[in-house]
Design a protein around this ligand. Structure first.
Ligand SMILES: [Zn+2]
Length: 112
């Protein structure tokens, strides 16, 4: 397809303006504390079970989207992308490969 020169220039200009708008968006970022994360994963309780149990240290900061007797859906506390959402079984599971029956795994995937 051949674009008239002025149309292409306008398109590039519009794209550049759109890019400028996105590069000037600011939001508060929380630095990731990797040392605390390592300590927590090695020494602390399972954060999903703590959230499920209502532990205020974990439950308080969790932005819950949905929960029922089987599943918890909440925003990641340290998101690498906006809207990074965790979908977890309410019961403790150690392995995403071996911790579920096929039926349970498929049901959990239905939330994603
Ligand atoms: Zn757990």
């Amino acid at each position: 397809m051949v674009y008239p020169e002025h149309t292409l220039a306008n398109t590039l200009s519009d794209a550049s303006a759109a890019t400028d708008r996105f590069t000037h968006v600011s939001y508060q970022r929380t630095p990731f504390d990797i040392a605390a994360y390592e300590r927590g994963t090695c020494e602390g309780p399972c954060f999903v079970c703590a959230i499920a149990a209502g532990d205020p240290e974990y439950r308080g900061p969790a932005e819950m989207i949905y929960e029922d007797t089987d599943v918890l859906v909440f925003l990641n506390r340290y998101p690498t992308l906006r809207g990074y959402t965790l979908v977890c079984p309410r019961r403790h599971v150690e392995s995403v490969v071996g911790g579920f029956t096929e039926k349970e795994f498929v049901e959990l995937q239905g939330w994603i």
